[in-house]
Write a protein that binds this ligand. Structure first.
Ligand code: SAM
Length: 372
């Protein structure tokens, strides 16, 4: 039985809400086959593309929705959000003004306006920058559309980030609390319940052929631990490799403390991962470094660090630790971080990785021999 347009849209919305995004996309496209300019179908399909970190593809759909019905606040918000994701800040500013003229104001538009300001501009106003350009899980999911030689994850806990990988994977955590099946479509997923230091010292020698092409370092949030993890992984990296660290952009001074016991229970804690930005830039990696503004606290990305710089970093590890151990995040330190000119929109970073064809495109990776 053929669906009516309303039924297809309704089922699309239900699938969307349930997280069944492929089915939602299919149903929105069914609607658009009959009515190409259907505002809700265009808007919802655009929102899906934005979630996939594909705002450049979403933009025409979101514009069609807005042109179809400019009385819907959400259409304005979605279109402006996509523009900001693409760093089209001047156009976004114009559309915020247009929305205001059309009678749309309030907190949601204020949040979009705040995203037009650079970290340095916010600092000058006495405010602190908060990364808000899509969630880091959505960024990781988009990155994991490709396959990497081996994906290493340090700090896995529930598996929320590990499940996004489709690559052969290694996960290390002294206290796993997996809530999802981690294997998915991976060729293998090795799980080591130990600290990363123990893994590199005792376990890695048994798996010495493994090469890290993509890493997510999200274990102990003290700069010296994350730095050791980085050095250890970079030493076994593929020719082309990307290292991501979670939490380099704190949105309060307090959350950047080294001692998380000083924070109320369940408060967000970034630790002092931010220190890795000046440390690695000063170590000669300024052309390899970016700070991705993924919510809630950013990702630090190091692409293709030179092995000779890693060797130097290892040599000067003790000196670096001594220099940085007692440094606290102050207004001046934060301004220094902001002025380093390494902030980038996550979607723009993904596009730059596409340009250099980082990782292998996934073919049909469904395993024929796996019973369904
Ligand atoms: C923030 S959670 C990881 C979250 C996960 N990556 C995600 O995005 O859903 C941090 C994890 O790091 C683990 N951890 C703490 N110290 C570690 C260490 N020295 N080596 C490896 N993992 C560590 C903790 O047990 C915890 O499960």
């Amino acid at each position: 039985m053929e669906l009516t347009i309303d039924q297809a849209l309704q089922q699309g919305v239900t699938a969307h809400k349930e997280g069944n995004l492929q089915e939602a996309e299919r149903l929105y496209r069914v609607v658009m086959q009959s009515q190409p300019a259907h505002p809700d179908a265009n808007n919802n399909l655009g929102m899906l593309m934005v979630k996939y970190h594909q705002s450049h593809i979403a933009l025409p759909f979101l514009m069609t929705a807005l042109e179809g019905n400019s009385n819907v606040e959400q259409y304005w918000l979605n279109y402006i959000n996509a523009l900001i994701n693409l760093d089209k800040l001047d156009i976004a500013k114009k559309f915020i003004k247009k929305a205001n003229k059309a009678g749309f104001f309030g907190e949601k538009f204020d949040t979009l306006s705040a995203r037009l300001l650079s970290p340095v501009q916010l600092h000058a106003k006495g405010e602190i920058f908060q990364a808000q350009d899509g969630h880091y899980f959505d960024f990781l999911k988009a990155l994991h559309q490709n396959i990497y030689e081996v994906y290493f994850e340090i700090g896995t806990r529930t598996g929320d980030s590990l499940v996004l990988s489709q690559s052969p994977s290694i996960a290390i955590d002294p206290f796993f609390k997996l809530k999802k099946d981690p294997i998915g479509k991976k060729d293998f997923c090795l799980i080591f319940q130990e600290t990363s230091d123990s893994f590199f010292e005792n376990t890695l020698p048994k798996f010495s052929h493994l090469k890290c092409q993509l890493a997510f370092i999200d274990g102990m949030h003290l700069f010296e631990c994350a730095l050791r993890d980085f050095i250890n992984l970079a030493k076994i990296s593929s020719e082309e490799a990307l290292f991501l660290f979670h939490d380099p952009i704190p949105w309060s001074y307090r959350m950047a403390t080294r001692n998380n016991k000083t924070l109320p229970r369940n408060n967000a804690w970034t630790g002092d991962i931010w220190k890795l930005v000046p440390i690695l830039m000063d170590a000669g990696m300024k052309d390899n470094i970016n700070l991705l503004t993924s919510a809630p606290s950013g990702l630090l990305a190091i692409l293709n660090p030179e092995k000779k710089l890693i060797a130097k970093l290892e040599e000067s590890y003790d000196e670096i630790c001594a220099e940085w151990l007692d440094v606290e995040l102050s207004q001046d330190r934060l301004l220094d971080l902001y002025q380093r000119n390494v902030f980038v929109k996550p979607e723009m970073y993904l596009r730059s990785l596409e340009k250099i064809s980082f990782g292998d495109r996934v073919g049909d990776i469904s395993k024929q021999w796996v019973s369904q």
